[in-house]
Design a protein around this ligand. Structure first.
Ligand SMILES: [Zn+2]
Length: 417
């Protein structure tokens, strides 16, 4: 509703929204939106937005036209205009006393001056605030303004506002009486009754902020965990909302809720931070483990290959011995010696290799069993290692067989010598 495109009904100019009313930029006419009907609300299931919508629906428009400037005919009217302007500024700044000073010498036959004096006399800065007053506003200034006002609609609006103010007064007195009953019920230890009563008060006086405040207050006192945030939101939507009207139990509960929310937020943040730290630490550890695994794997591959090479040398040595045996020893004695040397060396080195191969394989397995839960087993390092192990084992078997053949050749060669 606040952003509705409003045209001034006096001059057709664009109207701007201020708190509670629209003002024409050109002629200064004011369009008030005042609650003028009882609203029906499902007290228990009402949210702030729906409440605001219902309030808007029950508002009526009231137009106020006051010529804020006189037509300048001489120096005197120019001064009067300046005084009116100053008084208007003082009123907007709530310097009510100064309004009278600003208007000194301005006669009471100028309606704009009488209006400003009247508003200052009841200590409000505009007609919207005036409509929220809870007392009889018909003082001498009011009567003077209404009698001088030439614009019929403005006069009707003023009369309606006066009616609303006296209704406000009646309702406020009634409400105060009801609130007293609720507080008395609470003080004697009743529980269900004050709650039901307070709810009833809210549907009876839904536009009055105090009724929602009392309802929230009862709920806060009955339930130590009650969160009054939604009630406060509704209170704030009431046209007569003031922080002074928020009952003490509700204020205390609101502070408590804010504190608790703050605590929860901190705990959450800490948890997130701890989790992030844990994750980085885990990542670091996993990376370190992965590096260690790569190193161990390298050792494993190297020693396996080395062993296979020396197993092959046993075979080569066997071939040499056979060759030397077949050809006769004399000129091939060095070859026989080399063959023997290769065989003995091959056996020794391949036996020496067993230790490191075994150790590095065990290390790889140990690291992988730790890494395994963090990696997908089927297509990552773990699977790759299994494959590698198989290939190397197969090669070892092949080369052991070849070496055995080499040894057999050696025995066969030596018999020929
Ligand atoms: Zn206008």
């Amino acid at each position: 509703m606040k952003f509705v495109d409003m045209k001034c009904s006096s001059c057709g100019g664009q109207m701007e929204y201020a708190e509670g009313y629209y003002r024409c930029k050109y002629c200064g006419a004011i369009m008030l939106k005042i609650i003028d009907a009882k609203i029906d609300a499902d007290v228990e299931h009402l949210d702030a937005e729906e409440f605001e919508r219902k309030l808007e629906e029950s508002k009526r428009s009231f137009l106020i036209r006051v010529d804020e400037e006189l037509k300048v005919v001489d120096a005197k009217t120019a001064i009067v205009n300046k005084r009116l302007q100053n008084a208007k500024k003082s009123l907007e700044g709530r310097n009510y006393e100064r309004v009278f000073g600003d208007l000194e010498g301005v006669t009471d036959d100028i309606p704009a001056a009488v209006r400003l004096r009247f508003l200052a006399s009841v200590k409000v800065k505009d007609e919207y605030e005036l409509s929220l007053c809870k007392f009889d506003i018909k003082n001498d200034w009011y009567r003077k303004f209404v009698s001088q006002c030439e614009d019929e609609e403005t006069r009707r609006s003023y009369e309606k506002i006066a009616e609303i103010c006296s209704l406000n007064e009646t309702l406020d007195k009634e409400l105060e009486g009801e609130l007293k009953v609720i507080r008395e019920m609470m003080s004697v230890g009743l529980k269900e009754e004050p709650l039901a009563y307070a709810k009833q008060i809210c549907s009876k006086y839904p536009q009055l902020c105090k009724s929602w405040g009392e309802y929230a207050s009862v709920k806060c006192q009955l339930d130590p965990d009650y969160n009054c945030t939604a009630d406060l939101e509704i209170m704030k939507k009431c046209p007569d909302y003031k922080w002074d009207f928020v009952p003490i139990p509700v204020r205390l509960r609101r502070e408590q809720v804010i504190r608790r929310e703050e605590q929860n937020r901190k705990i959450c943040e800490e948890k997130i931070r701890a989790e992030a730290l844990e994750k980085t630490q885990l990542d670091e550890r996993l990376n370190k483990n992965l590096e260690e695994y790569k190193k161990a794997k390298k050792t494993f591959i190297w020693y396996s290959v080395l062993r296979d090479v020396f197993l092959f040398l046993i075979f080569a040595g066997g071939l040499m011995i056979v060759y030397a045996g077949m050809k006769g020893l004399e000129e091939l004695e060095p070859l026989l010696a080399l063959g023997m040397f290769l065989q003995i060396g091959g056996v020794i080195v391949s036996f020496i290799c067993i230790g490191p191969v075994w150790e590095s394989k065990k290390e790889c397995k140990a690291i992988l069993s730790y890494l395994e839960p963090y990696y997908d087993y089927r297509n990552t390092v773990c699977a790759a290692f299994k494959k590698l192990k198989k290939i190397l084992a197969l090669l070892t078997i092949v080369f052991v067989l070849i070496a055995l053949v080499g040894l057999a050749l050696m025995v066969f060669g030596l018999t020929k010598v």
